[in-house]
Ligand binder design. Sequence first.
Ligand code: HEC
Length: 201
Amino acid sequence: MRLILALIISLAASPALAQPNSAAADAAVRAGFPTAPADWAPRLTADETMQQCSASHNSPAKDVAEAIRKREQATIVYPSDNNFMGDWQRGEKLAQSGYGLRFTDYPPRQANGGNCYACHQLTRAEVSYGTLGPSLSEYGKLRDFKPDAVKATYEKIYNSHAAFPCSTMPRFGANKVLTIEQIKDAVALLMSAESPVNTGK
Ligand code: HEC
């Protein structure tokens, strides 16, 4: 027991573990994709937010979290007519689709998906879903379909870190995985009263 404790203490105190060597990690990631097309470079290089999240094991200090929140909020591009709701049926399709950014999806042959079900429960009809993220069942209903909540949902999907620094949810708009129109469709899936997410059908 004493030996195990000593091991744990020495591991915890080890500078290599307390401060990950992110330059070495970045180099290892880049070396892992020697034939990657040139436009993959940004995906293989951690941006400032990712570096700060890695360095803090996704628990940034208050001031760093605030800097991340501000920086990521500034990336959000809003629909020009301030209408945040698209078509929930298209939203359901993209929530189901994991197409995009995989080795086999290059060059792209169809629109990217959001793969929301990989991490979230949404409609009751879909029984296969991941639980990394919270259930989004009745998302709009629970928020009384309020206009402020509609806007916040758009922002959340566009850039998850603006609301939750070091979120493990992808930054769909900021990283150009989804277009503004697609994000509006995902918002409709969550926030329109007719969506099965809210009717429970
Ligand atoms: C890789 C996993 C992952 C994927 C894929 C993902 N999310 Fe998330 N999502 C999360 C996690 C984890 C959280 C909780 C932390 C946070 O709020 O950022 C979350 C939070 C949310 C929230 C806020 C929930 C709340 O209670 O406030 C919404 C809305 C949301 N996700 C919508 C979506 C939509 C729509 C998609 C698909 C376009 C999606 N997510 C794809 C992991 C994911």
